[in-house]
Design a protein around this ligand. Structure first.
Ligand code: ATP
Ligand code: BUA
Length: 436
């Protein structure tokens, strides 16, 4: 029996859709959303009805009868940290997509639209491998300061898809391989896939890792603090500067690697920027190899920039001594979504239940420590907000700790960094349960 699957991948300026009959694409379409259309909506969740109508219209234009659909699978959203896999669009998941518990991003609309269409048709709807897939090992969560905890936000959908594709091609299971996957698109992320879990990667959305065509990646803390407190920029301006207008576009004026490679033929400065881009990515691959104790079966390069032979050669020169390199240029996130739904429909995998996981996943609230407020005044919030959000805090004289945001046997409670004083917590602020 054929399964017909609608897949939806909402991005900031487009919604990509596809209809698959089992694993075969029947048709796809990129629905472009001009800035002036997007600007009509105050928030991302407000765009739901409008984008949903555009999706339905595209199916009609392709003469596809929606009643034939068996399931819907979407990319999304910035929900709580979860393990990779296919998740049913439960109410709890949708509430977190609306709230944007790890940030507002167009992919939060994926689950919302999928569920609404699915409910209308009486068919199941899913999300798969959202950017907040978080399988970090405990030691990878240390940032260097207990107020800031590292989290994983990366191209999980494409990274996992190409890793599984490689495993299939060599006749092995993803869960039996150690792979470094490097996605190079508008953003760049490098993941250490150890036996099916991404035990280290960057928070590529919020300012970690190598710079990319449009993101600054990791920046020196002191310099960032100076910008934050300079009074010259608003929080929003700085965010745009680092995520959206940072990296290659900031140095060389374009996010398009093809243009930059052309420019580099006659412009030595642009050529050096591209060298630096390759250098940072190669260095990050090396870091992941060390995190994996050198036990790397294969390095996989993927994303649009992996089409460029210059980039592939530069990275091979830097990292091929670690492990052989396979190149899967571009990304096929639509196919990855269809396959994720199919694995569930065929009974190869069970859809995960976000609701039953979410209790264990509740990240610590963004708790404000009463202590350092005076030192940083109001701008402290601005500074911290540029960094990974789920910093776990504990009061200087409080022995309570915040819960782990992930369901793994990880206990990185901040208590270990603080004197285990039994003095009562400061009475002036209750800032998490049990610390009153
Ligand atoms: N043949 C090519 N050679 C070199 N670079 C290329 C080639 N084709 C596309 N690219 C580059 O790939 C980049 C876009 O990649 P991609 O389409 O994967 O990004 P995206 O989907 O917009 O962002 P993300 O992958 O972060 O979600 C651009 O910089 C583009 O210039
Ligand atoms: C880093 C997660 C995905 C993206 O770049 O949009």
């Amino acid at each position: 029996m054929s399964n017909y699957i609608l897949v939806i991948n909402p991005g900031s300026t487009s919604t990509k859709i596809g209809v698959f009959e089992n694993g075969t694409l029947l048709f796809d379409k990129t629905l472009r959303h001009p800035a002036e259309e997007i600007a009509k909506f105050a928030t991302i969740p407000d765009q739901k009805g409008w984008r949903k109508e555009l999706v339905e219209q595209a199916l009609i234009e392709n003469n596809f009868d929606m009643k034939k659909l068996t399931a819907i699978c979407a990319r999304g959203g910035l929900v709580k940290p979860i393990r990779g896999g296919t998740y049913a669009t439960s109410d709890a998941l949708l509430a977190d997509c609306v709230a944007g518990v790890q940030g507002q991003h167009a992919c939060n609309l994926g689950g919302l639209i999928a569920r609404e269409i699915g409910d209308e048709l009486g068919i199941p709807s899913f999300i798969a491998d959202p950017p907040v897939v978080d399988e970090l090992q405990a030691i990878a969560r240390y940032s260097g300061h207990p107020l800031i905890q590292r989290v994983s936000k990366f191209h999980a959908l494409n990274q996992k898809a190409v890793a599984k594709r490689y495993a299939k091609e060599v006749g092995k299971k993803y869960e039996d391989l150690n792979l470094i996957v490097c996605h190079m698109g508008g953003g760049v992320s490098v993941g250490a896939h150890v036996k099916g879990s991404v035990v280290d990667t960057e928070n590529a959305l919020d300012g970690e890792g190598p710079f990319s065509p449009e993101r600054s990646g990791s920046l020196p803390t002191d310099a960032v603090m100076k910008l934050c407190f300079s009074g010259d920029y608003t929080e929003e301006e700085l965010r745009k500067m680092f995520v959206g207008r940072g990296g290659l576009v900031a140095y060389a004026g374009s996010t398009d690697m093809r243009d930059l490679l052309k420019m580099a033929e006659t412009d030595a400065k642009v050529a050096e920027v591209i060298d630096a881009f390759h250098y940072q990515i190669g260095k990050e691959i090396g870091a992941m190899a060390a995190a994996m104790h050198g036990q790397v079966d294969q390095i996989i390069l993927t994303g649009g920039i992996a089409y460029g032979k210059e980039t592939v050669q530069a990275l091979k020169d830097m990292v091929e001594w670690i492990a052989p390199v396979t190149v899967y240029p571009g990304e096929d996130e639509l196919l990855a979504l269809a396959q994720a739904a199919l694995r569930v429909l065929n009974g190869e995998e069970q859809a995960k239940d976000y609701r039953s996981l979410s209790a264990a996943h509740i990240p610590p609230k963004k708790v404000q420590s009463p202590g350092p407020r005076r030192a940083f005044s109001g701008n402290r919030d601005l500074f911290l907000s540029l960094w990974p959000r789920f910093f776990t805090e504990t009061a200087p004289n409080c022995t309570e700790t915040a819960p782990s945001p992930v369901p793994f046997p990880i206990d990185y409670r901040v208590k270990i960094f603080t004197p285990s004083s039994q003095r009562p917590c400061r009475p002036r602020r209750a800032w998490w349960p049990g610390c009153r």
